[in-house]
Design a binder for this molecule. Structure first.
Ligand SMILES: Nc1nc2c(ncn2[C@@H]2O[C@H](COP(=O)(O)OP(=O)(O)OP(=O)(O)O)[C@@H](O)[C@H]2O)c(=O)[nH]1
Ligand SMILES: *[C@@H]1O[C@H](CO)[C@@H](O)[C@H](O)[C@H]1NC(C)=O
Ligand SMILES: [Mg+2]
Length: 465
């Protein structure tokens, strides 16, 4: 009697565990095709390299070729998954009817906000409902958004470090997708390591050649002379061809990659960055609710040697396309003489949360296309940071650009550590406030505040030098 009962009990548990494991596996894996919309923007034929190892029959236990330890939990070892993984996935138990991270998702971010936002208001400050809930999956709505990283295979360990911090401080509760883009195919190590660290789905895209090469109107000899000259003058990345392709790609193409067409908002993450504070709320949702199109955490002055004629090209664009220049824009951030000259202020674009729909708008595309025709990505060394910044500054009304004080961030050599002692304690920050760059002489963030009539956070005077 007793023995029979026990056996049955054990069998029930075994079945339950297998199903949980299977469910966890299915809801955390995206080794199938991305839904890529045909047509739309002119992106050419692109090979989308989606998913990691053995996309066919991912259910069958696959022996790993040339394997080290299996870095990836679910997919490679489904036989182990139930025991190892199921208990560590509380979201599976919380919302058994919905895939994790996409509960109730339907339609555009705005629509979704109207449908579900009221039940789960953003936890913007201590004491707000949900503020103390930093475990488990966030019950609120998700935006139509993704992380995006441009990287080489050799960047794997530095991007792994970045991902881990983004996950620990934010995404483990939100499970947003992560798109990786590369001018070469990603290798298995890159895919295994990154997909094991990201809590959302991962997508791997190859960049079409026409987005990572010299356009036909570029004079190769002239471009080469510039690189030699810049090398002599010791300008950073001045002699690099790939750095120029990278800057042009980030300026004008990443948001048109077929995989990116599936999203409305992006958060750009680079290798080797740090995130220093807990994020209690979803910044994508802040962008949607506050109707922001572009955001930053650090700003500074550009090296003049890299952009001698960028402002001339910008003025030409403004003259040819007055219809794209926003009323109430942020020209004051970019120019001290009403647009005559550029003061070289720019948002540091290695961090960005922004609207893909804005980058895909006629206004921005016309702006980029006009600059691209002038050739400065190759005849000089225009960076994507001043290009995005001038675009945002002129094409958007100033209310649509956001400064995220709460997102503490480091990319060599600058730190944004939130101003305000109480803020840093509330957010469990581990950055040194003395290193905060915001109010120092070489930062442009003061100018942004002044241009927008914003009040600087308490304690900023103490961090001036
Ligand atoms: N696929 C690919 N990615 C690149 C290439 N060059 C740069 N990247 C990526 O583009 C982004 C910017 O490049 P970085 O080398 O970080 O440039 P940076 O931030 O100006 O300079 P650092 O101070 O060196 O970080 C990073 O995410 C890189 O991984 C390249 O040739 N191919
Ligand atoms: C997200 O946005 C993209 C781009 O606008 C759109 O094509 C896609 O259908 C949206 N996805 C969802 C699930 O609404
Ligand atoms: Mg970098």
């Amino acid at each position: 009697m007793m023995a029979t009962g026990n056996t049955r009990f054990v069998r029930y548990i075994a079945i339950a565990v297998v199903f949980l494991g299977l469910y966890y596996f299915l809801s955390h894996t995206d080794y199938h095709s991305v839904d890529i919309r045909p047509g739309g923007l002119n992106t050419g034929d692109v090979k989308v390299n989606d998913g990691a190892v053995s996309p066919e029959a991912p259910m069958a236990p696959q022996p790993q070729e040339g394997s080290q330890a299996p870095v990836q939990p679910g997919p490679e070892s489904p036989a182990e998954a139930p025991i190892k993984e199921a208990p560590a996935a509380p979201e599976v138990q919380d919302t058994p009817a919905e895939p994790a991270g996409h509960a109730g998702y339907s339609g555009s971010s705005k629509l979704l906000e109207d449908q579900f936002g009221a039940e789960h208001p953003l936890a913007m400050s201590p004491g707000a409902p949900g503020w103390d809930n930093l475990e488990g999956t966030d019950p609120g709505p998700r935006m139509n958004a993704t992380f995006v990283t441009l990287a080489r295979n050799s960047d794997v360990w530095e991007i792994a470090k970045s991902i881990r911090q983004v996950e620990d401080r934010f995404n483990k509760r939100f499970n947003y997708d992560w798109v990786f883009l590369n001018d070469k195919p990603f290798d298995d190590t890159f895919k295994q390591v990154t997909s094991s660290l990201v809590s959302g789905k991962t997508h791997y895209g190859e960049i079409p050649e026409e987005h990572w090469s010299f356009p036909e109107w570029i004079d190769q000899e002239k471009a080469k002379k510039v690189r030699d000259d810049m090398k002599q003058r010791g300008i950073i990345y001045g002699d690099s061809v790939s750095y120029r392709h990278m800057c042009r790609y980030e300026s004008g193409f990443f948001f048109r990659h077929p995989i990116m067409l599936n999203y409305e908002y992006y958060w750009r993450v680079e290798p080797s960055i740090e995130l220093y504070c807990d994020l209690h709320y979803d910044p994508f949702r802040v962008m949607v609710e506050e109707n922001k199109k572009y955001s930053f955490v650090l700003s500074l002055y550009e090296y003049p040697e890299t952009i001698p004629t960028l402002w001339d090209s910008t003025k030409k664009f403004m003259k040819n396309h007055p219809e794209h220049i926003a009323e109430g824009n942020t020209m004051k951030f970019l120019s001290d003489d009403g647009g005559e000259t550029y003061n070289r202020c720019h948002f540091w674009s290695n961090f960005e949360i922004g609207s893909l729909d804005w980058l895909r708008s006629d206004a921005y595309i016309d702006f980029f296309t006009s600059l691209d025709k002038d050739g400065g990505f190759f005849y000089e060394r225009w960076g994507d940071a001043p290009v995005h910044s001038i675009g945002a500054g002129l094409l958007l009304p100033k209310e649509e650009i956001k400064f995220f004080n709460d997102i503490a961030y480091y990319h060599n050599p600058f730190t944004h550590c939130p101003t305000g002692e109480q803020t840093r304690i509330d957010l469990k920050c581990h950055c040194d406030p003395q290193k905060n760059f915001d109010w120092k002489g070489y930062s442009c963030t003061s100018r942004f505040f002044e241009a927008n009539g914003l009040e600087k956070p308490q304690g900023w005077e103490q961090q001036k030098d």
